[in-house]
Design a protein around this ligand. Structure first.
Ligand SMILES: [Zn+2]
Ligand SMILES: [Zn+2]
Length: 176
């Protein structure tokens, strides 16, 4: 969706606050299942990387209307085209946070959601950087930039991962 610059950058203000709030709820004083909290946060982060791949490959490139928005990003990568914060926030609340809290309780549910939300924040940051920043040759960012540029300009059926190419390896969609 075409956004204003402020709306496009709102994720960078909203999601750190949400992640900190969830972490504070998970780590509030009282007996805590520390190992489960750590595992849940790690699982949330790892789940994001898979969700990023699944959303990009099967939703952004195939679901009507959404794929038209994503095409606009492919055509003009520097334009402020993205998912509005209110929409991602609604989706995370309804589809991740609420079921996690119901299933695992507040500490572990908040920890899992915090991990996933941090993964999302990492994704929007990396995606912003690959399109808007110059990366020095040989850096991790320059490698991610190159893989994403291949997806944009050479083969839109490859390199769906933005933060990591690991799922492109797993699903055999990596192109170099
Ligand atoms: Zn892009
Ligand atoms: Zn794409």
């Amino acid at each position: 969706m075409q956004l204003t610059r402020a709306a496009y950058l709102a994720d960078f203000y909203v999601y750190p606050g949400l992640a900190l709030t969830l972490a504070a709820l998970a780590l509030a004083p009282g007996p805590r299942p520390w190992l489960a909290l750590g595992v849940a946060a790690g699982a949330g982060l790892a789940s994001w990387t898979l969700l990023e791949y699944v959303l990009h490959r099967w939703v952004f490139h195939h679901v009507p209307w959404i794929c038209e928005q994503h095409d606009a990003h492919h055509r003009d990568p520097k334009a402020f085209v993205g998912t509005p914060t209110w929409l991602s926030l609604l989706a995370f609340s309804a589809l991740v946070m609420a079921p996690s809290l119901v299933e695992w309780g507040v500490p572990v549910g908040c920890s899992f959601t915090a991990g996933l939300v941090l993964g999302y924040l990492w994704y929007v940051a990396v995606h912003y950087l690959v399109h808007h920043w110059h990366a020095a040759p040989g850096t991790a960012l320059s490698r991610l930039k190159r893989l994403h540029a291949i997806h944009h300009h050479r083969d839109a059926t490859a390199n769906f991962g933005v933060t990591t190419p690991v799922w492109d390896h797993v699903f055999r969609t990596r192109s170099r």
